[in-house]
Design a protein around this ligand. Sequence first.
Ligand SMILES: NC(=O)c1ccc[n+]([C@@H]2O[C@H](COP(=O)([O-])OP(=O)(O)OC[C@H]3O[C@@H](n4cnc5c(N)ncnc54)[C@H](OP(=O)(O)O)[C@@H]3O)[C@@H](O)[C@H]2O)c1
Length: 223
Amino acid sequence: MGTFFSEPGWLCLTVTAVLGGTIFCKLKKSQGQVGRKVVCLAGLWGGACLLRLSLFWGLILFSLSCFLVYTYFSGQELLPADQKAVLITGGDSGIGHALSKYLDELGFTVFAGVLDEKGSGAEELRRTCSKRLSVLQLDITNPQQIKDAHSKVKEKVQNGGLWAVVNNAGVLGLPTDGELIPMTEYKRCMAVNFFGAVEVTKAFLPLLRKSKGRLVNISSMAV
Ligand SMILES: NC(=O)c1ccc[n+]([C@@H]2O[C@H](COP(=O)([O-])OP(=O)(O)OC[C@H]3O[C@@H](n4cnc5c(N)ncnc54)[C@H](OP(=O)(O)O)[C@@H]3O)[C@@H](O)[C@H]2O)c1
């Protein structure tokens, strides 16, 4: 205990706090799970260094590892989310619903396309998300609804364009032997999972190009 509160001990604590604080601030900005994990690891590592080694070597090793972590992660910062607009289809439930909430939380302007704008999923998005999020009626097999959704998005983003379109809406159909699946099921699957995604993509590509955005297609081996 005596050496810990000696001059080198305080120096060690101060440097540890400064380095730890710098990493913490840097990683906090990234808002991701990785950031939090690295902060915890850095804390554990620092503690282990100070407990197991002499103060001198503990400090050297901890400072070096902080520097390496800091250098590595400073190049991996996420792009700022503000002013970036994202369209997600199939926001009623599942992945699309969760992604709409998550991106809204990160600060994106989210357009959550839903199959039923009066359904519980759409209601929940309105209730729990920020004012930036817009719920759009968007059955991706309905060309008129795609057109209407496009007009609303265009009106809201103006010249900003769309930073991403996430083709998430999909149906699973009957997970059974192909021979037993009726043709109506194949056709429904193609209408939503393939032609719907293609039509949404075609409609929104000009807005994506405007902001050099990205197209994200979510699919499944099962369909
Ligand atoms: N979950 C997984 O493990 C997994 C694995 C691989 C790939 N995926 C893919 O990930 C995507 C989302 O899956 P999920 O698990 O989140 O399924 P989900 O909960 O069923 O979500 C799909 C959403 O799409 C909606 N939808 C269905 N037909 C639509 C249409 N014509 N227009 C607009 N929206 C429509 C559904 O609305 P309703 O609920 O009202 O029908 C539902 O909200 C799908 O493309 C799926 O193939 C999922």
